[in-house]
Write a protein that binds this ligand. Structure first.
Ligand code: KIV
Length: 281
């Protein structure tokens, strides 16, 4: 562990006043030029660890489809799958802002559908904001949510819910597509989004978008110049078997778990566990 690791890594962490981080804190961080981390969370115990470590924003991503439910894309996960995870992350944290991803098919049909789905995440899940994927085609949805008082995090670039349109998980925004992405980002800001995730886009494009927007950009595979960075926690902890190129593995959780569970199995088989101190008399 590096000695630069602190338990409160960002001044953005509004919890200094014993409260949750809000969209105003995130906006103020952009004005101060302060970078911040976001990680995904899907359950109360990991949310508590990340919250206490000072991660200011927790995302209950639809990546749960893959890392929690074992699907091979984010498409199958439903609102009913994600709602209990969102509620668990809210219960497990006390200072982070919790953002709930709207799953595929739960907002694209109309602003009304988006509003009904987002309201469930706010009322039943206790989320503080929602995230949805797409550019100009979801502007009416973003406007409807923002007018209803629901903070919206946008998501551009490699939007995994559109994997079938992209023909695979590939870098987006090269060439002329970069200008389209820039214009989508500006439109989303104008529509009221409070932040935008940029996934798998060239670093130079992410830098240009970050400089052009007054709302924060959150990069994942978008180089070093975005205002914030996000990773799926199983990727950064080394639980994912074949992570993408943009992932940095900070821990070997799969290896550590393998060692621990083998030790448990050996001790059970050999009779060393449970010992006297693990038994009631
Ligand atoms: O679902 C998710 O985890 C995400 C992040 C990777 C941004 O959308």
């Amino acid at each position: 562990m590096s000695s630069s690791v602190t338990s409160r890594p960002t001044a953005l962490y509004g919890g200094q006043a014993g409260r949750r981080v809000t969209v105003r804190d995130v906006a103020a961080a952009k004005e101060r030029g302060e970078r911040w981390p976001m990680v995904t969370a899907y359950d109360a115990m990991t949310a508590k660890v990340f919250d206490e470590a000072g991660i200011p924003v927790l995302l209950v991503g639809d990546s749960a489809a893959m890392v929690v439910y074992g699907y091979d894309s984010t498409l199958p996960v439903t609102v009913d799958d994600l709602l209990p995870l969102t509620a668990a992350v809210v219960r497990g944290s006390s200072r982070a802002m919790v953002v709930a991803d709207l799953p595929f098919g739960s907002y694209q049909a109309s602003p009304q559908q988006a509003l009904e789905t987002a309201a469930r995440f706010m009322k039943e899940g206790g989320a503080h904001a929602v995230k949805l994927e797409g550019g100009r085609r979801v502007l009416p949805q973003v406007e409807a949510l923002v007018s209803a008082g629901i903070p919206v995090m946008a998501h551009l670039g490699l939007t995994p819910q559109s994997v079938n349109t992209f023909g695979g998980y590939r870098v987006q925004g090269r060439g002329q597509a970069g200008d389209e992405l820039m214009s989508d980002a500006k439109d989303l800001e104008y529509a009221g989004a409070f932040a935008v995730v940029l996934e798998c886009v060239p670093a130079e494009l992410a830098e240009r978008v970050t400089r052009s927007l007054s709302i924060p950009t959150i990069g994942i595979g978008a180089g070093p110049s975005t205002d914030a960075q996000v990773l799926v926690w199983q990727d950064l902890m080394g639980l994912t078997p074949h992570p993408a190129k943009f992932v940095k593995k900070y821990f070997d959780l799969a290896g550590e778990m393998d060692r621990a569970v083998r030790a448990f199995a050996d001790e059970v088989v050999g009779g060393a566990f449970p010992a006297a101190e693990h038994s009631y008399h």
